[in-house]
Design a protein around this ligand. Structure first.
Ligand code: TYD
Ligand code: ZN
Length: 398
């Protein structure tokens, strides 16, 4: 049991991944003796139903100190963020002199798009990178008060793949209380618990993802802090996310989509023990099937290469025990990962050019959230007789 970070209720564990490395701590092959591991396990709060890690990975241990910087190198994601920015410009940011704040601003695609439309914007990010206006801090009551003093209230506070990473989530709401205009909104998008359970997307569980949101838990959390969940939108990216809109209490009428999703979650009995037990069983099934497949392919003398040195793959390789003996290298387009080895599992990361030199027999797609984009880009691999191995929602070869 541990204590819920939202409501102080008791969190009951439903899956224990054992000791895991930090998912973004790619290591120099010379420094692999000096890695940091922490206990990764996930549970559900018996009071407010929020699904969360039992132990947050200590912030100071991460290779980057701020909100993790996400650059998926994906055209699909670039377009996704541009579209969201344009939508906000047409709606929440269409009044006189609007102002948007983004917490942990990723590639800065949203803020750059908003900037190019001449709208006031600010990224809140401790390490303050990027080509947009930045306030170097974590988002909390203190930084919110500073921003309020210099910029005035925010019409939109936006965050993608960031709120789920903030274990001390009360700080976010304290900041919102200070900074949000009376009719302002928090818009945030993160992996959806319903989809993770449905598709056994167990590899979404790693150090940087602390919360696994459902509409019902988010709604309860918002109310606890004086806000309300007023809209939800399903997003097809990253294997299934929900974009939540949160307003100050009694300022907006929740949309039908909120009522529908809450009803569906009740129907599905989303966080009931049977559902969580079924998830645990399905994860171990995937482990058995994937290890069996990789071991068989090795015995048959086939070459298997990993594709996409994702944060998610840290859980896959370390929990399953997949190392360079089964997957000799993984190719990834991120220059800063190339030449290093994956955390814990020590699989060398090489540039995508090595993938075709020569093509392997099989490619294990760790970046399955970009399956469509990557398979289209690597059409020649299939044409040359190569096959993709996927393991979500179950092990299959394409
Ligand atoms: P990402 O989607 O951010 O997942 P996670 O949060 O689990 O790290 O990471 C995708 C990774 O895949 C990233 O390291 C870049 C890599 N990648 C490629 O190598 N080629 C591609 O075409 C795409 C889209 C991504
Ligand atoms: Zn709780």
């Amino acid at each position: 049991m541990s204590i819920c970070r939202v409501c102080s209720g008791a969190v009951r564990e439903f899956f224990d991944f054992g000791l895991q490395p930090l998912s973004s701590a790619f290591v120099d092959p010379a420094g692999v003796d000096d890695e940091y591991f922490f206990p990764l396990s996930i549970g559900v709060c018996q009071s407010c139903t929020m699904v969360q890690l039992l132990t947050p990975a200590p912030r100071g241990q991460a290779s980057h100190e701020g909100y993790p910087y996400h650059s998926s190198g994906s055209r699909v994601m670039h377009k996704h963020f541009q579209q969201l920015a344009h939508r906000l410009l047409e709606t929440e940011l269409s009044g006189p002199d609007p102002f948007i704040v983004e917490i942990g601003y990723n590639d800065g695609v949203v803020l750059k798009t908003v900037r190019d439309a001449g709208v006031r914007h600010l990224g809140v990010e401790p390490t303050g990178r990027g080509a947009v206006r930045v306030h170097s801090a974590f988002f909390n009551a203190g930084s919110a008060a500073e921003i309020l003093a210099s910029e005035g209230p925010a019409d939109v506070v936006y965050a993608a793949n960031t709120i789920c990473e903030v274990a001390e989530i009360a700080e976010i709401f304290e900041g919102l209380k200070v900074l949000l205009a009376p009719d302002g909104v928090l818009v945030f998008e993160d992996p959806y618990l319903g989809e993770i359970l449905e598709r056994t997307a167990f590899d979404q569980i790693y150090d940087e993802h602390f919360y696994f949101f459902s509409a019902s838990a988010v709604s309860g959390m918002a109310e606890r802090f004086g806000f309300a969940l007023v809209d939800v939108e399903h997003l097809p990216v990253h294997g299934g996310q929900i974009r939540y809109t949160i307003a100050r209490r009694d300022r907006r009428r929740p949309t039908q989509a909120v009522a529908d999703l809450l009803a569906r979650e009740r129907e599905q009995r989303l966080v009931e023990p049977e559902k969580l037990q079924a998830f645990a069983t399905a994860v171990d099934r995937i482990r058995d099937d994937l290890l069996e497949l990789l071991t068989r392919l090795r015995a048959e003398g086939k070459r298997v290469v990993g594709y996409g040195a994702t944060a998610k793959s840290a859980t896959v390789t370390n929990y399953f025990g997949i190392g360079p003996d089964l997957v000799p290298f993984v190719c990834d387009s991120t220059p800063s990962k190339q030449g290093l080895v994956t955390p814990g599992s020590h699989i060398p990361v090489r540039p995508p050019a090595d993938f075709a030199d020569p093509y392997p027999d099989y490619a294990l797609l760790f970046a399955w959230n970009h399956a469509e984009e990557i398979m289209a880009k690597e059409r020649a691999f299939r044409d040359a007789g190569g096959q993709w191995i996927l393991y979500v929602p179950e092990v299959h070869v394409l």
